[in-house]
Design a protein around this ligand. Structure first.
Ligand SMILES: CCCCCCCCCC(=O)SCCNC(=O)CCNC(=O)[C@H](O)C(C)(C)COP(=O)(O)OP(=O)(O)OC[C@H]1O[C@@H](n2cnc3c(N)ncnc32)[C@H](O)[C@@H]1OP(=O)(O)O
Length: 225
């Protein structure tokens, strides 16, 4: 079986990538503000309806020219990764958390400090458990990649030990061990004061199609970004 998805390689310069990161990153940040304001505004209904008309006009301007569907992941010949739609770290995805993951390739670790707000609420004032899983899946996957054995999430097991209040949080993950094509990653989510609220273990697997591709043509595993 071949790969169920492709990574295109594009002829874009670093300057072109920097420009799209700057311009679209700023739009994404502005839309995130709009998202939070949509949730929290207390202006009167007439103002809400006027703003809604303006939002629809602006949306129609962007819809004049769009890619057919999802963004996918592409690389430049210079090695830049354009995973702009990623649900956790995509710089063009206003629904992404947002998050910057720092990889430690020496020790096979990954970490992120971030802020979760009213858009990420589950129980009152607390982070939604599914949002925790979303964030940890990405940070865990990046730890596996940083450790040199990237894979797709096969299993992710979380233990929610304490509630996680909305606000500043951090996540950390590390490669615990390898078992052939499986990389076992462990990690945790912490409150701002360092209290661990969630511990987790993930099994990241180099899929059969990637194994077959490497056996046939050599090369390095894809990143599963
Ligand atoms: C910079 C880069 C940063 C990247 C960050 C990315 C973070 C986000 C990652 C994701 O969200 S990935 C998307 C969510 N995951 C998926 O969609 C995976 C869907 N499942 C699959 O594609 C396949 O089921 C999978 C690749 C997991 C396994 O398929 P294989 O055909 O390679 O498995 P195979 O049957 O050959 O089994 C190989 C080994 O893995 C084991 N295994 C298979 N599925 C497993 C599973 N789900 N959990 C644990 N172990 C599993 C299986 O028992 C066996 O163990 P042993 O070698 O010891 O016998």
């Amino acid at each position: 079986m071949g790969a169920p998805f492709n990574y295109d390689v594009l002829d874009l310069t670093d300057e072109q990538v920097d420009a799209e990161v700057r311009v679209f990153g700023a739009l994404t940040a502005a839309v995130r503000r709009l998202n939070e304001a949509t949730l929290r505004t207390t202006v009167d209904h007439a103002t809400v309806e006027e703003v809604r008309r303006q939002v629809e006009e602006l949306t129609a301007r962007l819809e004049k020219s769009m890619i057919p569907d999802n963004f996918g992941v592409s690389f430049t010949k210079g090695g830049r990764i354009r995973g702009y739609g990623n649900a956790v770290v995509g710089i063009r995805n206003p629904n992404a958390v947002p998050l910057t993951v720092v990889q430690d390739k020496v020790n096979g670790r990954a970490s992120a400090e971030f802020e979760l707000n009213a858009l990420h609420e589950g129980p009152p004032g607390q982070v939604h458990g599914g949002v925790v899983a979303l964030v940890l899946d990405q940070v865990f996957g990046e730890a596996a990649a940083a450790g040199g054995s990237p894979g797709m999430t096969g299993t992710l097991t979380l233990r929610y030990r304490l509630n996680t209040p909305l606000g500043p949080c951090s996540a950390e993950a590390w490669v615990d061990r390898r078992d052939g094509i499986k990389t076992i990653v462990k990690g945790e989510l912490r409150r701002a004061d360092g209290t661990v609220t969630v511990t987790a273990e993930g099994i990241f697997i180099l899929p059969r199609w990637a194994r077959e591709e490497i056996a046939k043509n050599g090369g390095t595993p894809p990143q599963f970004e």
